[in-house]
Design a protein around this ligand. Structure first.
Ligand code: HEM
Length: 123
């Protein structure tokens, strides 16, 4: 992995592109019941991961944080699972997947808070 900031940003751009394409399809096909999935892709996928990539870029010392990789995978898998869970909820009404994948995502948020607290330069 070349840099954590780059990896998070690449994931964010993936969600941006797929979320926009999905939004286009959703609008064109008049399938607005899938709006929550589109919103998850755009806000949870694109905007949140872009914000995390930006944090790692603004405080590059975070790259050397010992949990940076663990955090990366926790967050990326969490967001992927949450978004798939939203799709399943849209299709079937079942929220199990969302509930399960909220845990790695919340863990990722907690880890990031910790990492920022202990690593990011205070000056
Ligand atoms: C090519 C780009 C995009 C397309 C084609 C698209 C398409 C759509 C469509 C068709 C809807 C449903 C509108 C309705 O219910 O009447 C929608 C809703 C929404 N989109 Fe997008 N979208 C795009 C980009 C974005 C971006 C960049 C974001 C945020 C970063 C975003 C966030 C949202 C949100 C939050 C809603 C829900 C709005 C509401 O329910 O009031 N979309 N989008």
């Amino acid at each position: 992995m070349s840099s954590i900031a780059r990896a998070h940003t690449l994931a964010a751009l993936f969600w941006m592109l797929t979320g926009m394409l999905f939004g286009l399809w959703m609008g064109a096909a008049e399938k607005l019941q899938f709006r929550p999935f589109h919103i998850g892709m755009m806000l949870g996928g694109f905007l949140m991961l872009a914000a995390i990539g930006t944090i790692f870029r603004l405080w590059p010392e975070m790259e050397r944080w010992r949990f940076a990789r663990l955090h990366f995978w926790t967050m990326e898998i969490g967001v992927l699972g949450l978004n798939l869970g939203t799709l399943v909820q849209n299709l079937t009404g079942d929220i199990t997947l969302q509930a399960v994948f909220s845990f790695p995502t919340i863990l990722g948020a907690g880890l990031l808070f910790h990492g920022f607290w202990v690593t990011a330069e205070r000056a």
